[in-house]
Structure formats: structure tokens, C-alpha cells
Write a protein of this length. Structure first.
Length: 260
């Protein structure tokens, strides 16, 4: 089962080794696709959507893996040390070590971005069959460049480049967000929207039109870049960034049902 105390997987080599906390629900029937949950920036594996998805997987007899990136939730590390490369390494390590067979990857916000990057990395490694489908909730693709750097004020950019970090109030936490120079510069190694994106699997995008963090126009730009594979976009007229209301969760569960 996936409740109780989380398990731990050690990722990386010294001195960058970190203990990543995860929960894994075993499938009821062998041969069914598994589900992987990827959280957003500063969210964790015990969030509303993550726990609701875990319960839904249990009702359907599906296996599910969820975990906290380093600097998040119950995992080791500092948020200030986080980069896209670091969190992608953790995602790939957990998928490879703690899942078997095809997986439906469900990613929220930054997790949607990491889902696309992980799919590309698995494809390039000859593991294309590992991804059965993608469900992306308000996917923050290229967020370090397109949603942070491009929209930052001159003062914020100076703080990032000269002081090494910029902190801004968070709408979701009493602690401010922290965007570092390392996060921004590393993010430029992983940009996707400059070319076509092949997912090699059916993709569903769920996007709120009242999202203040990832505008729905960003989801439209992503859809224009998804080429050669089945992809659908559902716009929720009154939906916010979280899309965690009961009616929003039903959209997620419906998409999961179609893919399984």
C-alpha cells in the first residue's frame, strides 16, 4: 500500500547524493499499466490531487508511484539547490527503480514539464514502451524561461544574476518562492517549446482558464508543438491553477479511465 511511512531511494553520486521519499501502491492485477504522479514546484506527494489520484488508482486496482523531489516534502535537500536537471534525474531514477512495465505519467504544473522531459529521455534511451500515456495538468513547460525569467522585472533579474536568487511571495505558502540563477541557467538546457515535441504516447492536457500561474495560452502553445501523437486539450472555463475541485478531479479520473 502507499500509505504509512514513505520508503526512500538514494539518488545521485556523492557529494550530490540525496534520499528521495516515495510511496508506492502495488497493482492488484499483473499486466495493468501503472501510474506515476509528478508534483508541481513546492508541492508534494501528499497534496490533494496526489492523494485523490492514489485513491482512484486503488479503486481501479492500478499501481501508483508518487514521490517528493529533493528540497520538497519528506525528501532530503534544499529547495535552493533544485534545478530541472536534478529533479529530472530523480524522476527517471524513481521510474526505473520503482515501476515495471508501461506507465501513465500524470504531471501537475512543473510535474507536467518533467513528464515531457522524462518521456523524451526514456525514448532516447530506447525505453519508449515505458510511457503508455501522459496526463498534464496546467503543464508549466519551459517555466524557468517562459514563465519566470521572461516575466521578471529588471530588479528581479538583477537579483537572480547578481545575488544568485530572487524570492517572491507565494500564493500557496507562507514561505516565499525562491528562483535561483542555477535554476534559470540550467533550465535553458531543457527548453521544449522551440521545436516539435514527440510524446510517443497519447497525451491529455487539462488547463484552467483562470490560472494566474500558467496562462491557458501557454497550454495552447504546447498543443501546437505536440506533433505526430494523439493529443487532446480540455479548457476549464472557471478553473484555477490547482484544478483540485471535485469536478476537476473527475476530469482527471475520466482521462485515466480512457488510458487504462
Amino acid at each position: 500500500m502507499s500509505d504509512g511511512q514513505p520508503q526512500v531511494l538514494v539518488v545521485g553520486e556523492s557529494p550530490n547524493q540525496r534520499r528521495i521519499a516515495f510511496r508506492r501502491r502495488a497493482p492488484v492485477h499483473a499486466g495493468s499499466p501503472g501510474v506515476v504522479w509528478l508534483s508541481g514546484y513546492r508541492s508534494d506527494m501528499d497534496s490533494t490531487k496526489a492523494t485523490a489520484l492514489d485513491a482512484e488508482a486503488g479503486r481501479r486496482g492500478l499501481g501508483l508511484l508518487r514521490f517528493d523531489y529533493s528540497g520538497h516534502g519528506r525528501s532530503e535537500g534544499r529547495l535552493e539547490d533544485g534545478t530541472i536537471s536534478r529533479w529530472l534525474e530523480e524522476t527517471l531514477a524513481l521510474v526505473r527503480a520503482e515501476t515495471e512495465g508501461p506507465q501513465i505519467v500524470v504531471g501537475s504544473s512543473m510535474g507536467g514539464y518533467l513528464a515531457l522531459l522524462a518521456g523524451r529521455a526514456l525514448d532516447e534511451a530506447g525505453e519508449t514502451e515505458r510511457i503508455k500515456g501522459l496526463i498534464l495538468i496546467a503543464p508549466a513547460v519551459d517555466f524557468t524561461e517562459a514563465l519566470i525569467w521572461a516575466k521578471a522585472s529588471d530588479e528581479a533579474r538583477r537579483a537572480i544574476m547578481e545575488k544568485g536568487e530572487w524570492r517572491r511571495p507565494s500564493a500557496y505558502s507562507s514561505e516565499p518562492d525562491c528562483f535561483t540563477r542555477a535554476l534559470i541557467e540550467d533550465g535553458r538546457k531543457h527548453l521544449l517549446l522551440g521545436g516539435m515535441i514527440r510524446t510517443r504516447a497519447p497525451t491529455v492536457v487539462l488547463q484552467g482558464m483562470q490560472d494566474p500561474d500558467v496562462p491557458y495560452t501557454h497550454a495552447l502553445a504546447l498543443m501546437q508543438r505536440l506533433g505526430g501523437d494523439p493529443a487532446t486539450l480540455t479548457l476549464v472555463k472557471d478553473g484555477d491553477h490547482r484544478l483540485s475541485r471535485p469536478q476537476d478531479l473527475e476530469l482527471l479520473f475520466d482521462a485515466l479511465g480512457r488510458m487504462t
